[in-house]
Write a protein that binds this ligand. Structure first.
Ligand code: ADP
Ligand code: ZN
Length: 294
């Protein structure tokens, strides 16, 4: 039996099929154009592969309340053509299979918790640092939704004194986490893409300082048993020791648990599933949708 997975992003849609062993077998990427063009193309690909259920991890904001008339709709996105637009309903109707949707980062958190770096514990936070910054959370063995879903990328931070662009770049909040530490924020601040900055560039110490503020806030707000950092910017592995050390310094002994005071190397970690957390999470959502309908 095959399950369809969709990682819906603002620039591209990544489609895949997976099996009951949680293996991803085949992948296809198409650019995110208008819903009128993109949704039928995706439907055709899944239909050809006769998927038994569909799991979607999407950019947001997205309505995740199953009781809402706009469940599975993208809501207030700045992405042209996608504002207040149904995503799950047209795919589910055309394919006629069970389907489940969550945020891309909640999907990744789900996969990391069930199969990756947070396997065997009851809570974790998965943060992606890329074009945007977002986070998915598992608490007491469940994905966190609540009023909408967590929007950790827009937490307010305090400016670092040595930041040459301390105002930040978020169109809504200027100096929130995403406005200060996303890939595009780094590019605007330093005049070149983050991947072009050498590992000894001052940019990385500043980036680690902002991500450490986020980790401190996350520890205090969510109390996760693990923080997993993924996304394009975190390909810079030298960020990890800097972030760990700065998080510890910010917490300043206040959260006095061994996981942080002695074993922080195992507390703030890379994704156990590498770059496959999101797609694997969508596969788990598809499998959940299938089991709850059969
Ligand atoms: P997206 O968030 O769009 O799904 P990514 O997670 O790859 O995709 O994030 C893209 C952002 O990450 C860009 O701003 C890019 O400059 C930055 N980025 C991608 N690869 C690297 C890298 N190896 N080192 C540092 N920054 C990177
Ligand atoms: Zn913001």
């Amino acid at each position: 039996m095959l399950f369809g997975t969709l990682e819906a992003g603002g620039t591209k849609m990544v489609l895949s099929v997976g099996n009951e062993e949680n293996e991803l077998l085949e992948q296809m990427t198409i650019p995110t154009e208008s819903p009128e063009k993109t949704i039928p193309a995706m439907t055709a690909w899944f239909r050809d592969r006769q998927v038994a259920a569909l799991g979607i991890g999407t950019f947001g904001p997205v309505d995740l309340n199953p009781a809402s008339p706009t469940y599975g709709w993208i809501t207030k996105t700045p992405k042209p053509g996608w504002q207040d637009t149904p995503l799950l309903p047209p795919l589910q109707d055309a394919l006629g299979v069970p389907a489940k949707i969550d945020t891309d980062v909640n999907a990744a958190a789900l996969a990391e918790w069930q199969l990756g770096a947070a396997k065997g514990i009851n809570s974790c936070l998965y943060v992606t640092v890329g074009t945007g910054i977002g986070a998915g959370a598992v608490a007491e063995g469940k994905l966190v939704h609540g009023l909408l879903h967590p929007e950790l990328g827009h937490m307010l931070l305090r400016q670092e004194p040595d930041d040459p662009a301390p105002a930040g770049f978020c169109p809504y909040h200027e100096g929130c986490l995403e406005g200060l530490a996303s890939g595009p924020a780094m590019e605007k601040r330093w005049g070149t893409k983050a991947q072009n900055l050498s590992p000894d560039h001052e940019a990385w110490d500043l980036e680690a300082a902002y991500l450490a503020q986020m980790c401190m806030n996350a520890v205090c707000v969510f109390s996760p048993e693990k923080i997993i950092l993924g996304g394009g910017v975190m390909q810079q592995k030298h960020l990890f020791p800097l972030i760990r050390q700065k998080t510890k310094a910010l917490l300043n002994g206040y959260i006095h648990v061994g996981e942080i005071t002695e074993h922080i190397d195992d507390y703030i970690v890379e994704p156990g599933l590498g770059t496959k957390s999101g797609a694997t999470g969508a596969l788990l959502l598809a499998r959940e949708a299938y089991s709850s309908f059969s």
